[in-house]
Design a protein around this ligand. Structure first.
Ligand code: SF4
Ligand code: SF4
Length: 174
């Protein structure tokens, strides 16, 4: 007797489940590793408007786009925001490309997400991550952050990006 054939039509968990229904492991795997949420943001006191900078949190590895001390990060960065389903739905600054936000909005993941592509490098290849585009906050004065304002962390992913890596060259988000 042969094993049952894999069900290629099965709905993937990020489309089948609400954020609240995910296991801790599924929740962690949903992160695309872009590192955009680890950039410092400036808020206009009068309007509440958020301005992104390319100034990265002291714990971000700017090439790997990973937190260097994820498990114990709050010992070093007490105000690092831990994502929860409620936070995902209420934080106004979560990047529009963020996988948690996409799922919360009922949208699917992009091709470059590792859960779709099977490769954790595609988020970098597609130019979606912060790889090599940041400076560290270490030693930087707050008044100098305004010299590092950038638009791309808060922008939608370029609609011209092909829908699969086989489609050819893709453009980096500026
Ligand atoms: S923006 Fe979202 S998907 Fe990207 S690193 Fe942060 S939590 Fe993960
Ligand atoms: S502590 Fe880690 S997860 Fe939190 S913002 Fe800094 S690099 Fe990102």
């Amino acid at each position: 007797m042969s094993d049952a054939a894999p069900d290629h039509d099965a709905v993937p968990y990020w489309r089948a489940k609400a954020l609240e229904e995910m296991t801790p492991e599924e929740w962690e795997r949903l992160c695309d590793g872009c590192g955009r949420c680890c950039l410092n943001k400036l808020e206009d006191w009068d309007t509440g408007e958020i301005a992104w900078t390319n100034v990265a949190c002291q714990l971000l590895d700017g090439h790997a786009c990973r937190c260097r001390q994820y498990e114990t990060r709050h010992e070093v960065v007490p105000d690092c925001v831990g994502l929860t389903p409620e936070a995902v739905r209420t934080l106004t600054w979560l990047p529009p490309s963020c996988a948690y936000r996409l799922v919360a909005e009922g949208r699917d993941l992009y091709w470059w997400h590792h859960l779709v592509s099977g490769d954790r490098d595609t988020v970098h290849q597609a130019g979606v991550s912060v790889r090599d585009r940041t400076v560290s906050e270490v030693g930087m004065e707050l008044e100098d952050y305004e010299d590092h304002l950038v638009e791309w962390p808060g922008e939608e992913v370029d609609a011209d990006l092909p829908t699969s890596p086989e489609a050819g060259d893709y453009e980096k988000i500026p």
